[in-house]
Design a protein around this ligand. Sequence first.
Ligand code: SAH
Length: 252
Amino acid sequence: MNSGRLDIIGLGPGPQEWLTLETPQILAQASDLIGYGPYLDRLPLGAGQTRHASDNGAEIPRARHGLELAAKGAHVAVVSGGDPGVFAMAAAVFEALEHGEAKWRDIEIAVHPGVSAMLAAAARLGAPLGHDFCVLSLSDNLKPWGLIETRLRAAAAGDFVIAIYNPASKARPALIHDAFALLRELKPPETIVGFARAVGRKDEKLTLTTLSEANPALADMSTLVLIGAHATRGFEARGRRWIYTPRGSEAR
Ligand code: SAH
């Protein structure tokens, strides 16, 4: 049988309006949808389509499942929230593909970009990513604190704006508190901090504060945390606060 196709797609942070135009077309053509249950629940199920919902962990087995189905001729859509390449399924599919069965390499594979949470969060708050920034995930159970500390120190030394995904690790809830304690040693107390929770969804909540006053407990599983650089600034217009990082930065 001919090898099928595997499309890796992202659904953006929430609202349908933030899907790319190609996404509904790919979803409509797929024979099999694979992803985390709550993401698949957001999608209308077409005639003859099968949903393979899984829990949030087990990304490699989920990727292997998709590749097995595609190798048998299915048109599989592997679904992530946000962008599928940012702390999401695309990397798991490539890892499974590299180490998997030889015939899987005949499958036609495409990765389709989506709106990542940090982009939506930044847009809601103004333009905090207007200059150099870096991105960390606190989720990885396999990532030791030593590595997180090294990267936070480097990010602070480089005076990057820092976007933090997965700030609330179930296994290690103290992580975000430790991260803030470290950043408070490394960056000025007035550094701008934003908590962007459930951006684009009904329960969206945006909190702007400073590093010295920030309460890390505000960061749950649906929150993206943004830590400003020295240059990141805030001001008010029409009764609301905006933050931004100017386009030009001087050497410090
Ligand atoms: N691939 C996704 C990220 C998956 S990791 C993307 O590109 O956005 C999951 C983390 O993303 C969450 O813990 C949270 O930090 C962030 N996130 C996802 N959706 C979000 C939203 N609507 N608002 C704020 N943060 C969100």
